[in-house]
Ligand binder design. Structure first.
Ligand SMILES: C[S@@+](CC[C@H](N)C(=O)[O-])C[C@H]1O[C@@H](n2cnc3c(N)ncnc32)[C@H](O)[C@@H]1O
Length: 275
């Protein structure tokens, strides 16, 4: 076989390589990589092969088997981090409604954005509260976690390109962002201080205790199989306050069997039936 430099062709992913990648990603993160994702896996992992100066997927996957740091880097590279400010806005209307009508006199209000990607979701939660119910903001604590280290780092930096701010009202841009010399928009400290970021794999033990009034777990369950989804639903339930809500993506569903959450409406579940 010709060495990499002589062919100039990036290494090709065989079926056996794909199956090895998929088994690792499922074991570490619960993400199911279905047939059809081969090209995506090949192009994303080719970057890792180049970074490691490795010429074949087989050799790379042997490294992944030996080195937990490279395993984590591989899974990081394969996560899909698509997100947006004010994504699925009905959830933010519901949040305001609940804060006004149910938790206005609660002591501390805790919210968990459990697959926060690059931070748009937890910052939207913070800005929604600052804009609509500023008097409650000092009592709100938002925990924002994600598996992907690069996404958590970008969340912490809180800097966004102009093109990714399209969904936000112009007055929010003035109020909650500073413009950087390069023309990007940086989240102001008033918003940042409401959010604490950490890396967390939803499959691992969770270091924090409940209760949370709201858990956002949106557009990540879609990558998990049913047993993983149901197990997570049970674990989220344990961490919710008795009047707490679990919010999932609008294209996701937990079904009605195998979990003890109370269905409210599409993408909205409650820990208990309202009394
Ligand atoms: C498509 S994004 C969704 C972001 C945001 N919740 C939203 O709805 O816009 C999915 C996120 O889930 C994260 N993720 C995937 N598997 C995970 C796991 N096992 N634990 C924690 N986060 C995970 C990915 O890194 C990615 O950032």
């Amino acid at each position: 076989m010709l060495p990499l430099a002589a062919t100039n062709e990036p290494p090709a992913l065989t079926k056996a390589d794909f199956e090895r990648v998929a088994a690792n990603v499922y074991r570490l993160a619960g993400i199911v990589l279905r047939t059809g994702k081969e090209d995506l896996v090949e192009s994303r992992l080719n970057k890792r092969l180049r970074a490691k100066k490795i010429a074949s997927f087989r050799e790379y996957l042997d490294l992944v088997d030996r080195d937990p740091v490279e395993l984590a880097a591989m899974v990081d590279a394969l996560t899909t981090n698509k997100t947006a400010f004010l994504r699925e806005p009905a959830h933010f209307d519901l949040l305001i409604d609940l804060l006004k009508n149910t938790w206005s006199s609660a002591g501390q209000i805790r919210i968990w954005s459990s697959a926060c990607s690059t931070g748009e979701e937890p910052y939207t939660i913070a800005m929604t509260i600052l804009h609509n119910l500023p008097h409650l903001a000092p009592r709100v604590r938002i925990l924002a976690t994600d598996l992907a280290s690069h996404a958590v780092a970008r969340s912490r930096a809180g800097e966004y390109a102009n093109e990714s701010l399209g969904g936000l009202p112009p007055q929010w841009l003035d109020r909650y962002f500073d413009k950087t010399p390069s023309g990007a928009f940086r989240i102001k400290s008033e918003v940042k201080r409401m959010v604490r970021f950490a890396r967390l794999n939803l499959l691992d033990p969770w270091p924090m205790r409940g209760p949370f009034q709201v858990i956002f777990c949106r557009n990540v369950m879609i990558y998990f199989d049913k047993p993983t989804q149901l197990k997570l639903a049970g674990r989220f339930r344990e961490l919710l306050s008795s009047d707490g809500y679990l919010l999932i993506g609008h294209s996701e569903s937990l079904g009605s069997e195998g979990h003890a959450l109370h269905y409210v409406k599409p993408a909205v579940y409650r820990r208990c039936k309202p009394t």
